[in-house]
Design a binder for this molecule. Structure first.
Ligand code: TYD
Ligand code: MG
Length: 456
């Protein structure tokens, strides 16, 4: 008879402790311990292990020289989605476990159902969240063949694995890992013990059968991926699906990839027929109007490996009530405060008595510091109501002393700007000097130089 016991787990890193603690000794997070019922596994082999036995061909594995290991024939599978292939590092690796996290309603189920219906081999789509009819309704909106897609609405881990062993699919999708539970563990589905146990079993299943598994994970209120950080250690690839639900665009980012770079980014548009890949994001992120308006400037950023031109818009108005308002969408608001302080101190501009609103077009969050200069130009342009030319773009970081600093991949940024028809790009004087056909490269050393160059 198995013994029941209670343990405390840190919701942030998965640290286990027999008693409650205010601060997790492992990751230092405060107030993150939660109580969970755990039951140690009894001696007999679990249903999960039995389900896997037919595949247990490598049970007696022994050390092998690395030079004698043969690469698999189909090491990577095409997902028939260029953007997804890109963030995965060139397709799905056989036997890998991919975790996709994101907020509710962002489009995780849509993306994976779409992938399932396009996949060239059999796909087992396990859903613990929606009924068969609901999935069918969704599928009818999405373009794709779908004759290879099997839907299984089940939450029991052992049943899922034994069906998967029978069907031998080319890909298994679990929607979502928080709904799956192992009935040998007493804690509730979605608890840390369950999520960790189930993810570990899927990982084991994937390694032994060579079937890739994609897990969908919910994001916690704090924005952490699938609750316990621990999941991120178990799986091979972690992708994050983000975006503003009221906006058309969605971004899929790589947070961890054992088989490729984490510098990748995919952009989709959510449309009535599912998610559409955006192959030329820059063209969408620059507003189409030809009119010259004050308060806008185009930044030349690089997200992941891709250059991305996007428009920054600022609105600066006199403050009516006491404290000036500052609001930034898509841009770090602390960084905005820093830039306003630098502008006030170094250039003597009166932002302290102005409300400031900043917006990156397209609702995409960008963390590249190279957009600083465009933000500064948009702010000054709105403050002084001077429109700047439509064919100018910017790529540089602003330092605390008001210096304009160089950013990496300047050549790539300039080439993208030239390709999109910009005729001038402003960069830092300290960037390596380059020449790109069809575009004038102008350099700035300090914020004050902007006044001679742009705001006459
Ligand atoms: P969903 O995939 O259910 O999100 P998640 O699994 O991440 O919770 O996406 C739900 C949203 O997507 C919903 O608000 C409607 C929208 N949607 C479309 O705009 N077009 C479509 O073709 C589909 C299937 C969904
Ligand atoms: Mg869903």
């Amino acid at each position: 008879m198995a013994k029941t016991k209670v343990s405390f787990f840190c919701t942030s890193c998965g640290y286990e402790s027999p008693k409650w603690m205010g601060k997790c000794p492992s990751c230092g997070e405060w107030n993150s311990m939660t109580e969970e019922l755990v039951q140690k596994e009894s001696g007999k082999s679990s249903a999960v292990l039995q389900a896997l036995q037919s595949y247990d061909k490598r049970a007696k594995s022994s050390p092998v020289p690395i030079s004698e290991i043969k690469p698999g024939d189909n090491a990577r599978f095409d997902t028939f989605d260029g953007e997804l292939n890109r963030v995965l590092g060139g397709g799905l690796v056989a036997g890998s476990v991919v975790l996709i996290g994101g907020q509710p309603g962002i489009g995780k189920s849509t993306l994976l159902l779409q992938t399932a219906m396009r996949y060239s081999r059999t796909v087992l789509y396990v859903s613990g969240e929606e009924s068969e009819e609901q999935i069918q309704m969704r599928a009818s909106r999405i373009t794709g063949d779908g004759s290879n897609t099997y839907i299984y609405t089940e939450t029991n881990l052992a049943s899922i694995l034994s069906e998967a062993v029978k069907l031998k699919p080319g890909l298994m999708i679990i929607d979502s890992i928080q709904t799956v539970s192992n009935d040998q563990i007493e804690s509730a589905p979605g608890s840390i013990t369950q999520v960790r146990e189930c993810a570990a079993q899927f990982q084991r299943f994937a390694k032994e059968t060579n079937i890739p598994v994609i897990l969908i994970g919910h994001i916690t209120k704090e924005g952490g991926l699938a609750g316990p950080k621990l999941l991120e250690h178990i799986v091979d690839v972690v992708l994050q699906f983000e975006g503003d639900q009221n906006n058309l665009y969605r971004v899929l980012r790589t947070l961890k990839n054992r088989f490729g770079s984490t510098d990748e980014l995919a952009i989709y548009a959510m449309e009535s027929g599912g998610l559409r890949e955006i192959l030329n994001p820059s063209e969408m992120l620059i507003s189409q109007s030809t009119e010259e308006l004050s308060g806008t400037a185009v930044a030349c950023s690089v997200e992941g490996m891709r250059p991305l031109l996007l428009e920054t818009q600022a609105l600066v108005t006199p403050t009516v009530y006491g404290t000036p308002q500052r609001s930034a969408t898509g841009y770090d608001s602390r960084r905005l405060s820093m830039i306003l302080a630098v502008l006030e101190k170094r250039c003597g501009l009166p932002f302290g008595t102005r409300d400031v609103f900043l917006n990156l077009v397209g609702g995409i969050k960008i963390s590249d510091p190279a957009i600083d200069l465009a933000v500064v130009v948009a702010l000054i342009s709105s403050l002084q109501d001077i429109a700047i030319g439509k064919n100018i773009c910017f790529a540089a970081e602003i330092g605390l002393t008001g210096e304009i600093r160089g950013v990496p991949r300047i050549e790539q940024r300039t080439q993208e700007a030239a390709r999109l028809g910009f005729d001038t790009i402003y960069i830092s004087k300290y960037s390596p000097s380059i020449k790109v056909k069809g575009i004038t490269i102008k350099t700035l050393a300090r914020l004050e130089d902007l006044f001679g160059e742009i705001f006459g």
